[in-house]
Design a protein around this ligand. Structure first.
Ligand SMILES: [Zn+2]
Length: 469
């Protein structure tokens, strides 16, 4: 029945979505001002949502032009639907204009169709259709629209500073059936504080080392500059053998006594470093065979002792696992060393609920002092978790099952979704198991079937949670 209801609105849904997709709502700090906190595009997309909402008889509430909400329903409790209308830049290689949507017999192609304008319109129509059926709402509905999800989440940060936190909510910005847990995500640096004096003249001096640029990626490239005082050919031969032994690509060049070594690895997302190949840690592993100057030797030793071949925090004494959220993971995303300042490791640590983050950091800080290092703690986002047996999650999943027949269980991830902005929220759609995931890629599209099925699922879920319950 919900499917037929949604079909009556098919043309309107597509028209409203096309309008939203036509706005190039990419963050642009060069054009930012008080009126356009993250640039004119995102603000225009936010205004567009207010315009269609007001056309349909809803009231809206703007929060400093960076976020806002569409209001429906009635009751004490607020059910939140957290969406975003900003998009990542189009990038190259599209077959059509990314901001001039192409509608074919079965799909709509444009930047933002999946992330997150399609799901935003689907969720909006679920509310609109129920409202036009004159249902007896038992909860208030806030469709919260952000404009900075793709960058810094300034939108939700500003919004929840002053606005009411929903009792329950969904973020239609990921996948079905539902993501009910997300690991804590933190970044810390291990910084080398002490320069060590060399008593004997070292055979090799590490002048510079560099690997990786992003904490959430496994680095696929590393280079080291080593001053070699003797046995240059032996070192190069050993390095060639090392590459073969470890099944790595790489190479070396020599320039006035300085040997430059390069290793290629395999880049993967930092939430699962065990499936990548960390070029930096492998190159340090090779350097650990050389009799380096003492400061460099300490730096290399640190990697061998705490980081190399340890993706789950085990060497750092941080191994932890829960059945519902899995393992601690540690990605060594950025590694830098120079012979003036010493070195540092930038580490992206992800952890399940129950892991004692502060305690682990304090203990490790104490431990590494002995080697002349200290920890600098960066951003720490705590884990986000809603029990999958909570009736709220169960009702969402039931709506998904009724529409699709698919029995997949809700799951948890190591990444972060927009849902973690809500006290009690889960990511709910709008990607299906068979959807091609072109988020942030060229030729992003949503099928009409996906758009309409998602709308039906949101409709049924809202009905059971906010009209019946
Ligand atoms: Zn998104």
């Amino acid at each position: 029945m919900w499917k037929e209801k949604v079909l009556e609105y098919e043309n309107q849904i597509i028209d409203d979505l096309k309008g939203l997709l036509s706005i190039e709502s990419v963050r642009d700090d060069n054009k930012a001002s008080e009126d356009y906190p993250v640039g004119p595009g995102p603000r225009e997309a936010l205004n567009y949502m207010y315009t269609i909402a007001e056309r349909d008889g809803f009231s809206t509430h703007d929060v400093d032009h960076i976020a806002g909400r569409i209001e429906a329903g009635q009751g004490d409790e607020v059910f939140g639907i957290l969406c975003h209308v900003d998009v990542v830049p189009a990038g190259d290689g599209w077959d059509s204009d990314p901001f001039d949507p192409v509608v074919t017999s079965d799909k709509i192609v444009a930047r933002g169709t999946l992330d997150d304008k399609g799901p935003t319109i689907a969720a909006y129509y679920a509310v609109k259709i129920l409202n036009e059926m004159n249902v007896d709402w038992k909860k208030r509905i806030h469709i919260i629209v952000g404009t900075d999800e793709e960058s810094d989440w300034l939108c939700t940060e500003r919004y929840f500073k002053t606005e009411e936190m929903p009792t329950l909510g969904i973020a239609p910005d990921a996948e079905f059936p539902a993501i009910h847990g997300e690991k804590g995500i933190s970044v810390f640096h291990v910084v080398q504080e002490e320069q060590a004096e060399d008593i004997d003249e070292p055979d090799y001096e590490l002048h510079a080392f560099e690997s990786g640029q992003r904490y959430n990626m496994v680095p696929d490239d590393a280079s080291a500059k080593v001053l070699v005082k003797e046995n240059m050919t032996d070192v190069i031969q050993n390095f060639e053998q090392f590459l073969v032994d470890h099944n790595l690509e790489g190479g070396s060049t020599v320039d006035s006594g300085i040997l430059e070594l390069n290793v290629k690895g395999k880049a993967v997302h930092g939430m699962d470093p065990s499936i990548g190949v960390n070029a930096g840690l492998y190159l340090l592993h090779f350097l650990s065979q050389l009799k380096l100057d003492k400061t460099a030797a300490n730096f290399v030793k640190f990697s061998e002792q705490y980081l190399f071949n340890s993706h789950f925090g085990e060497k750092m004494g941080m191994k932890f696992h829960t059945d519902s959220m899995g393992d601690v993971t540690t990605n060594i995303g950025v590694i830098k060393y120079d012979n003036q300042n010493g070195g540092k490791y930038g580490i992206n640590l992800r952890y399940p609920e129950g892991f004692e983050y502060d305690k682990a950091m304090n203990r490790f800080d104490e431990e590494v002092k002995a080697l002349g290092f200290k920890l600098n703690l960066g951003k720490n986002q705590v884990p986000h978790y809603v029990d999958k047996n909570d009736p709220f999650v169960q009702k969402l999943v039931q709506a998904y099952r009724n529409q699709t027949g698919d029995k997949t269980e809700p799951y948890t991830i190591g990444g972060g979704t927009y849902a973690r902005n809500l006290d009690k929220g889960v990511a709910f759609g709008a990607m299906f198991e068979d959807s091609e995931d072109l988020m942030h890629q060229k030729n992003e599209y949503i099928t009409k079937k996906q758009l309409l099925n998602a709308t039906s699922i949101y409709l049924e879920a809202l009905y059971t949670l906010c009209v019946e319950g």
